[in-house]
Design a protein around this ligand. Structure first.
Ligand SMILES: [Zn+2]
Length: 80
């Protein structure tokens, strides 16, 4: 079933305040949870931890929507 999944290859981080996807931040190898990413759109400061939480939620929503589509398609086939 995994091969039928159509998942985004890359997920953009989104600002917790305005949903913007452009940030000003220090380029590093790794980020600590408390590192600040300043939103270029609204100027609010997001922590890395906060951004990751939102991103994870987005991915989960996408994944469950995809699974639902697949199951619906299979059920349709099964009953027709
Ligand atoms: Zn913002």
């Amino acid at each position: 079933m995994a091969s039928e999944l159509n998942l985004p290859k890359r997920v953009n981080m989104k600002c917790l305040f305005c949903g913007g996807e452009t940030f000003e931040f220090e380029q590093k190898e790794e980020y600590a949870p408390e590192d600040i990413f300043k939103c270029a759109t609204c100027g609010e400061e997001n922590t890395h931890e906060g951004l990751l939480a939102v991103t994870k939620e987005d991915v989960l929503k996408t994944v469950s929507a995809e699974f639902e589509n697949i199951i619906k398609k299979r059920l349709k086939k099964h009953f027709n």
